[in-house]
Design a protein around this ligand. Structure first.
Ligand code: SF4
Length: 337
């Protein structure tokens, strides 16, 4: 059992896990309406004053990097590309010492236009969400006819030198589960790294059903109908994805099996929402408010202490299999990947 958080040191929890990977949701808004994420009409968005300003985001990330041992910063949303101050935030975070690795999770719309400037600002790598290569199915799944823009975003990211360029795909039974091999073929042919994610109970509609979820086992079986998958010798560490070599490599494919093969024991993630709340876990039902403290003039030491305390109480795992499991009230679109 680790020692309770003191006035200095890293973000350790009571199970001894150390959080080094900070996920920052920059907005709860999005320009798509994915059926497994939110209703067609969208959601009641955070009001402007509730959302951290660019300066407040940078200050909290600076506290995390300089005082709490964070080495990875991932910007998410909603859709982070629609945040007007994104470039300035990336530039400021890239100037921090020690410099964290900076990544982005995006739906890719507009990435073709923004990738060169983001790369220049300090962005290192990107994950683009793409669940289908079929234009009609894309429009059904996202309620927007924007597949071309996403494909252009992927190509733009690679052309700008972001690396790796990863694709995040969610498969749903009776919707797009037949596309696993085609998505992998596409990724291998374009030198993107595919990550197939088990659908998680984080949708705003609370409609998740374990039985319609496509499991890691089913995903691998489907991929193996076309590809030879062999264990990846590379160290996994705290990475969410379990990876395999495709046809002997060097191409790899990953499966993020949060539900059927949870990896909480090695979790190194901490999260900051767009309205300044710390979430110790994707499935946390409690949050710690740093925004109020920030706006009340609290100093960096105290902000760091509060962040440590928030992480100390992190639960052992997501508890999805517990009969007492409660889906968080905050939807995925306001937590970020
Ligand atoms: S569910 Fe929570 S504890 Fe488990 S890996 Fe994800 S963030 Fe970490």
């Amino acid at each position: 059992m680790s020692v309770a958080p003191g006035t200095d040191g890293v973000l350790v929890d009571r199970y001894g896990r150390v959080a080094r990977d900070l996920r920052v949701s920059l907005t709860d808004k999005c320009n798509l309406r994915c059926t497994y994420c939110m209703p067609a009409e969208g959601l009641p968005w955070l009001a402007g004053p509730e959302v951290l300003t660019d300066e407040e985001v940078v200050r909290l990330v600076r506290v995390a990097v300089e005082r709490l041992g964070v080495t990875e910063v991932r910007f998410t949303g909603g859709e982070p590309l629609i945040r007007p101050g994104l470039l300035g935030i990336v530039t400021a975070v890239a100037a921090l010492e020690p410099r964290p690795r900076i990544s982005l999770t995006t739906n890719g719309i507009g990435l073709d236009r923004l990738a060169p400037a983001l790369r220049e600002a300090g962005l290192d790598r990107v994950n683009v969400s793409l669940d289908t290569l079929d234009p009609a199915r894309f429009t059904t799944l996202t309620r927007r006819p924007r597949l071309d823009a996403v494909l252009a975003g992927l190509a733009g990211a690679a052309a700008a030198g972001l690396s790796p360029v990863k694709i995040n795909s969610v498969l749903m039974r009776g919707v797009n589960e037949d596309e696993a091999p085609a998505l992998l073929r596409f990724a291998v042919d374009h030198d993107y790294q595919l990550r197939i994610i088990e659908q998680m109970p984080l949708d705003a509609q609370h409609g998740w059903d374990r039985h319609t979820m496509v499991t890691a086992e089913e995903i691998l079986t489907s991929l193996r109908t076309v590809f030879d998958l062999s264990p990846d010798p590379a160290e996994r560490g705290a990475a969410p994805a379990e990876t395999w070599l495709v046809d002997g490599g060097p191409a790899r494919v990953g499966v993020i099996a949060s539900v059927t093969r949870p990896f909480c024991g090695d979790c190194d993630r901490t999260r900051l929402t767009a309205d300044g709340q710390v979430r110790a876990c994707l499935f946390a039902t409690e949050e710690s408010d740093l925004r109020a403290a920030l706006r009340a003039g609290t100093d960096d030491d105290e902000l760091a202490r509060r962040w440590r305390t928030a992480m100390w109480g992190k639960r052992a795992g997501h508890g999805i299999d517990d009969p007492t499991f409660l889906q968080p009230t905050r939807p995925m679109s306001a937590i970020g990947g």
